[in-house]
Design a protein around this ligand. Structure first.
Ligand code: ATP
Ligand code: MG
Length: 195
């Protein structure tokens, strides 16, 4: 079983995440993509705007109905700062028959050299990088230790970020079509990200 891990803050999850996962699924011939909300992301200065429970519920709402997409709560249950290398090692113990890939947008590909214990992680997984507006996609431009572990895949450029969605909501503007319908409803009912 070939699994793509899609880590993220998902604050909130949006269609850019889902399209990236779908493109990675096809490009790398994955059997499943596991969406894995981070508890505390190591690289972000600001804490998430929604609670871990709310981010978890939105991720579940977003993947519902896709037979190959699953939400997993390993990092939320572990608590503390979520380091991908620890998560992958734990998942490899729990699922010895699985092969794990790690899905990242092009902004994260650029940032990979700064990840905690990146060389160890790069020995455990193949990274699938997806294009994102404003970020390069050349594998050759990546630093030596991780270059061989990254495969870039193409996706239609989607200029949507959770940051922009939170900003729109704080300004009272709609986010319909930027997030799945069920997520949009969840945000409305729970009045998330209002200022
Ligand atoms: P924020 O603005 O809060 O950082 P985000 O939209 O970047 O949110 P994250 O939860 O930080 O979403 O990202 C999770 C993963 O999804 C990262 O690997 C990121 O690169 C990727 N990703 C997010 N949005 C896109 C997009 N529009 N196109 C391609 N990849 C994306
Ligand atoms: Mg981000």
């Amino acid at each position: 079983m070939k699994v793509g891990l899609m880590g993220g803050t998902f604050d909130p999850i949006h269609i850019g995440h889902l399209i990236a996962a779908q493109c990675a699924l096809e490009a790398a011939g994955l059997d499943e993509v596991w969406f894995m909300p981070t508890n505390v992301p190591p690289h972000k200065k600001q804490l998430p705007g929604a609670t871990p429970e709310q981010r978890w519920e939105m991720v579940n709402a977003a993947v519902e109905g896709h037979p190959a997409f699953r939400a997993i709560d390993v990092e939320l249950r572990k608590g503390g700062v979520s380091y991908s290398v620890d998560t992958v090692k734990l998942l490899m113990q729990l699922y010895p028959g699985h092969r794990f890939h790690y899905i990242v947008g092009a902004d994260m590909v650029q940032y990979l050299p700064k990840w905690y214990k990146i060389e160890e992680l790069a020995n455990l997984v193949v990274f699938i990088g997806l294009s994102r507006p404003g970020y390069g996609t050349e594998e050759e431009a990546l630093p030596e230790p991780i270059r061989d572990s990254v495969r870039m895949a193409r996706m239609p450029l989607i200029e949507i970020s959770s940051t922009e969605i939170r900003k729109r909501l704080a300004e009272g503007r709609p986010v319909r079509y930027l997030v799945p319908d069920r997520v949009n409803q969840y945000i409305e009912v729970n009045r998330l990200y209002e200022s």
